[in-house]
Design a protein around this ligand. Structure first.
Ligand SMILES: [Zn+2]
Length: 260
């Protein structure tokens, strides 16, 4: 149901087989662990909890939500002993849109009957927040663009970035901003990383990071150019309908579901 990978000493990533290859992560300390995102389905959140608490024998003390979307933050309720950390906007969105969307989802899907929205208790909006987990230092930073509330988590010692949806195989903007996403990608490119755990899809390896950043920025720039060109046409929508993913410099990415 979930794929687990050990990325560095005491650093893990988890990928959903069910929903859009969404990723979560964990950093394990000697007496407690930090979870980064919760995946989409309750049974996936519970499988992660079982691995950390039963196999690694530490409780999850903090859950970081990279942003408010369902596939990243709805599993908070399965970690009742932990403190949830996020951007203040994430808290606000979970409290409004999140509650509404969960109510709607419950009607059509029994698996969500035990899911409750749990709001972040600890938030930060400017600068960075550091969290020490055993010998590791986590730096939480605001990486807006996909959504305005997106934060990334850098494991300083291992140079591993859990980027949330700031990094996706195909850049995707939901309640976000294109200029912000370009700036965020530039910032990611300068962090000197070993790995990027994207919000969805495969881990980006050191040798791939430069082209990942360059290609994703080029894709966004090409979309912007196409939109500008369309504005000069008599039928802009028809012009844009003809503009494909490939002509903007990326390949199509097959995922198991949309609305990520
Ligand atoms: Zn997502």
């Amino acid at each position: 149901m979930i794929q687990r990978e050990r990325i560095a000493d005491n650093v893990y990533s988890f990928q959903s087989d069910i929903y859009a290859q969404v990723n979560a992560g964990a950093v394990i300390g000697p007496s407690w662990a930090v979870l980064i995102d919760t995946l989409a389905m309750p049974e996936e959140s519970l499988a992660i909890r079982e691995f950390i608490e039963q196999e690694l024998n530490v409780p999850v003390r903090y859950v970081i939500n990279t942003h408010s979307h369902a596939d990243h933050a709805w599993g908070n309720c399965f970690f009742p002993g932990s403190v949830v950390i996020a951007h203040p906007l994430c808290r606000e969105r979970l409290n409004t849109d999140g509650r509404k969307f969960l109510e709607e989802t419950r009607h059509g899907n029994l698996s969500f009957r035990n899911v409750k929205i749990v709001l972040p208790e600890m938030t930060f909006d400017e600068g960075e927040l550091n969290l020490r987990v055993g010998k590791k230092t986590l730096t939480l930073m605001h990486l807006p663009g996909h959504s305005a509330d997106n934060v990334g988590v850098l494991v300083e010692e291992d140079r591993v970035l859990f980027a949330g949806d700031a990094a996706m195989p195909l850049p995707y903007i939901v309640e976000g901003d294109m200029d912000d996403l370009v700036n965020t990608l530039k910032r990611i490119g300068k962090l000197g990383l070993e790995n990027i755990v994207q919000g969805h899809g495969d881990i980006v390896l050191r040798g791939e990071i430069e082209s990942f950043v360059r290609d994703n920025i080029a894709y966004l720039t090409n979309i912007r150019k196409a939109v500008r060109r369309s504005a000069k046409r008599k039928y802009p929508q028809e012009f844009l309908d003809e503009v494909g993913v490939e002509s903007c410099g990326k390949s199509r990415v097959l995922m198991t579901a949309i609305n990520a």
